[in-house]
Design a protein around this ligand. Structure first.
Ligand SMILES: [Zn+2]
Length: 84
């Protein structure tokens, strides 16, 4: 069921800024990004702000349901690849 997540997205932007969590590319309109659950909901991850990040839909999809440690490794690699 689609739901308006803009409120949550804005809260994440206030905390983290408007760049993709994975590749670090800044987005002029961060609301087009999707909400990433660092610990997936399927693995018991909370829908609370501390578990949420904003990421490009594609980056988010690619990261999929990897464990958090793998996601952080991906993030580090992609930030390096982008020279960020
Ligand atoms: Zn990205």
């Amino acid at each position: 069921m689609p739901r308006n997540r803009d409120r949550e997205k804005r809260a994440i932007v206030r905390r983290d800024g408007s760049a993709c969590f994975y590749c670090g590319r800044p987005r002029r309109n961060p609301l087009v990004m999707s909400i990433e659950h660092l610990v997936p909901r399927a693995a018991g991850g909370a829908s609370q702000l501390e578990n949420l990040r904003l990421a490009d839909t594609l980056c988010n999809k690619f990261a999929g349901r990897r464990p958090v440690a793998d996601k952080l490794e991906l993030r580090a690699k992609w930030h390096m690849a982008e020279g960020l």
